[in-house]
Design a protein around this ligand. Structure first.
Ligand code: SF4
Ligand code: SF4
Ligand code: SF4
Length: 457
């Protein structure tokens, strides 16, 4: 609660998702942005406008994680120009795509533009399901071929799927397939009834509960090889807290980050709290990113407001908080209850606190001396992971009796990572940078997605 005359620091927009187009070669049943081939490019922000908005974002956070998606972002031939501009300015850039247009040449040009990873959507290994769900004959074969090319070109990738009753039985198989190919993460999305998804019926709260329990189990199975996470369903944290003390997910600031450390830009330049939450906080074609981020009432409400309904009385509200986009879609109130949850809080239980002292999304001032070179290297990683990395590297150094953190110490931390990424370290563990979430004795963490790499799944 903020008292009269008091101010609270404005939170950092660590992750910015940007739907740069509504155009798409597919027309998936659940698409939150109702993308399709019939949309025109005319309403979209032009390249120069995108560059100007990027500069505004960098002015507020010099090292955000930027997710460029759509629609299908590959339909824009200035995607690489936008990505390169963001990379050069200091952002870590990833792309969310349906994968069907990822040719060898396009993968190389994305890499050339500094893109650090790609998220592709695979809902089933059965074409009859995937292609029907995505409204595109041959889509699965095209996307699977693209995944092979990503492996070949050594560009990190995340596999995303949206769970429905039609593929509920395939979740484990999909995760195993993604892990076998070397995905850095398997993200399972749960339906938010917005956009075209409004016409779909999601899983019942009980079905969600059983999928989440399976997901928590899969997370244990693939720990150290591949991250497994739920999206639009922060209720996973309840399962993890109840059943798995060692989970790296406990290092995350897991409560829905929308409007707090996360926001979305629409193809027309409107700023909203999350891709799945269409309420507009401001218009970046007439206001600066800073003005909207710092002042919009909607963001203030999400940062300081009180949750309603069962989420409001739930002891898990600090670690889960429910999906605000779903609450908005269900009731028109972004602070209302997330009715997809099966948990019935009584309201008389002590608050469940998160476990990690410093979690992703938070800063941590160095407690040890760092050389200038080590400090500069730390400064090049995405802002939301910097606090955790600082703490882990210092713990590692202290453990070994080092008085100063220098590049050698950082390299040693990196070598000691207990992760077998066969080709190379994924970008967030630092292609050349000794970022160290997951130093020995610590849960292995994969920080680059507080809610990240979000496409339409
Ligand atoms: S979900 Fe993605 S691939 Fe499907 S229509 Fe929407 S933007 Fe296109
Ligand atoms: S009631 Fe709300 S805060 Fe509690 S676990 Fe369910 S969704 Fe999360
Ligand atoms: S949990 Fe939060 S960030 Fe994730 S989809 Fe829902 S509203 Fe968006």
């Amino acid at each position: 609660m903020i008292g009269p005359g008091e101010t609270t620091p404005v939170p950092v927009p660590h992750v910015v998702a940007w739907n740069i187009t509504r155009r798409c070669n597919l027309a998936c049943s659940h698409c939150y942005i109702s993308a399709g081939s019939w949309h025109a490019a005319s309403g979209e922000l032009g390249t120069a406008e995108c560059r100007a908005i990027l500069d505004d974002i960098i002015d507020v956070n010099p090292s955000p994680l930027l997710i460029l998606s759509g629609g299908e972002p590959l339909v824009r031939d200035d995607l690489e120009e936008i990505a390169a501009h963001a990379t050069e300015a200091g952002a870590t850039v990833v792309v969310g795509t349906n994968g069907t247009g990822l040719t060898d040449a396009r993968i190389e040009s994305l890499k050339g533009a500094g893109v650090q990873g790609v998220a592709v959507s695979v809902d089933s290994l059965r074409p009859e399901y995937h292609d029907r769900f995505r409204h595109g004959g041959g889509a699965l074969a095209d996307t699977m071929a693209a995944v092979d090319r990503l492996v070949e070109h050594e560009l990190d990738f995340v596999v995303q799927a949206t769970v429905t009753r039609g593929n509920r039985g395939e979740v484990g198989e999909l995760a195993a397939w993604a892990a076998a190919l070397g995905a850095v993460s398997f993200n399972l999305y749960f339906l938010v009834p917005t956009g075209r998804g409004e016409r779909m019926e999601g899983l019942s709260p009980e079905e969600n509960e059983s999928v989440l329990a399976e997901l928590a189990e899969l997370e244990r199975t693939f720990r150290g090889r591949m991250m497994v996470r739920s999206k639009c369903q922060p209720q996973l944290m309840r399962h993890v807290i109840e059943a798995d003390d060692g989970s790296p997910l406990l290092n995350y600031r897991t409560r829905c980050p929308c409007g707090v450390n996360y926001c979305r830009i629409t193809p027309e330049g409107k700023l909203t709290p999350c891709p799945y939450l269409p309420a507009v906080a401001g218009d970046l074609t007439v206001e600066t990113f800073r003005d909207v981020w710092e002042r919009a009432e909607l963001f203030q409400a999400l940062r300081h407001g009180t949750l309603g309904g069962r989420c409001g009385r739930c002891e898990y509200r600090e670690v889960c908080g429910g999906c605000r986009a779903r609450a908005f879609a269900q009731s028109g109130d972004a602070l209302g209850a997330d009715e997809s949850c099966a948990y019935e809080p009584t309201g008389d239980q002590p608050m469940v606190k998160r476990r990690a002292e410093v979690s992703y999304g938070e800063g941590a001032d160095p407690e040890m001396p760092w050389t200038a070179e080590a400090t500069a290297r730390l400064g090049r990683i995405p802002s939301f992971v910097r606090g955790v990395v600082t703490r882990r590297v210092e713990d590692f150094a202290r453990d070994r009796g080092y008085a100063v953190v220098d590049l050698d110490v950082m390299a040693e931390v990196r070598r000691a990572l207990p992760v077998d990424f066969s080709k190379k370290l994924p970008f967030f563990l630092g292609g050349g940078t000794a970022t160290a979430p997951g130093a020995p004795g610590q849960p292995q963490g994969q920080p680059a997605r507080e809610h990240a790499w979000g496409h339409n799944a």
